[in-house]
Design a protein around this ligand. Sequence first.
Ligand code: ATP
Ligand code: MG
Length: 421
Amino acid sequence: MPDKIQRIKGTNDILPGETEKWQALERVIQTVMMRSAYSEIRTPIFEKTELFARGVGEDTDIVSKEMYSFEDKGGTSITLRPELTAPVVRSYIQNNLQQIAPTTKVWYHGPLFRQERPQKGRYRQFYQFGAETIGSPFPETDVETIGLYWEILTELGISDAVVLKINSVGDEASRETYRQVLREFLRPNLGEMSETSQRRFETNPLRILDSKDPGDKAMTDHAPKLVDYLNESSERHYKSVLELLSSLEIPYEQDDRLVRGLDYYTHTAFEFTSDVLGAQDAVCGGGRYDGLIEELGGGKVPAIGWASGTERLLLVMEALEKSQSLTGLDCYLAIPGDEQRPTATTLIREWRRAGLSCDTDLQRRSLKAQMREANRQNARFVVILGESERKNGSVQLKSMETGAQSEMSIAAALKMMLGQA
Ligand code: ATP
Ligand code: MG
């Protein structure tokens, strides 16, 4: 017997039963994006390695150890995309999107690849959906962008279980002042810091605040805060963002350790986390990146965006027992006797054409087995098409929510299921 082939470690099959949840989530994302006038963008799965080296940064975990890179037959170094901001920016520059409108508002959803240690909520192929708003430096743009994610959480009914953490890393001048202050603070203990942090001390001290090493964490606990070194215009920007969030009643917590340690990140940095996730508690990360487009060869164009892990968001839904609500049939048509099957065939087509999701039994099983199947599929209604009812043109309609069952005409049942009765 040949060996069974297994999927690659850290990848997932998204199976029937799960795909329904993904699609329902995608419908919510699409609806919210459409309402806010964001258009979908779809870029290639692979890009030149250089794009990520420059666009994400050599010094990051992603580029230094997580990328799936290979040489193609032409000798070009290629990388399976580990994130989507750099590809979106590449595409924005290459396709001159700034010529179409002064503000480009795009969203995406697709698979990403990172060679990490697989665990719950952390995979080697995973999905992110995200949004980028390119072309406006103003604080209301930050809030428009952050607010988009909030709308998705609200629409899914999980905004209570998720916390927005926010900080400002200021503009380049503010950060330069702070870098000096931070170096002076850390210098006496430099020898005791982790190797990575020692290396970053000169090149990128801000990233030391991001270190997961417990020793580094303890050492930076009482470090001076970046927010205390913002210059006036950076402080004004941050204050406006917070005020606008409050006016929309979007709750936030200021987190002065939250940094995005690369030069092209500016001002607003944020993360959405959820307690229900355990160790991997981040569902979404984002921030303003006013220097990135220039870094990738475009103009001096400000931008802000976020990316959310799709699997992580579905784990939140699961933990809150909300994911069941994403799935389910409108109607299961149960057929007690095989003589009713021809009638059922036309009836179910009519209801499907009316827009209901309907299924029926294709195994010629007992009524009891069919009712079990209706339950398994989380049907809102079961319609029973019995012999006596069929003769007088009526059916039994059972609401699976309330358990109430009554006989009525086929037309009345349809109305009821469409929510028009
Ligand atoms: P972490 O600190 O957890 O590694 P990150 O900084 O690498 O997160 P981002 O690159 O900002 O995360 O990605 C945004 C979101 O994508 C995360 O908040 C998370 O929900 C999701 N995500 C990141 N890496 C993975 C992964 N390997 N598997 C599943 N989801 C992921
Ligand atoms: Mg990571």
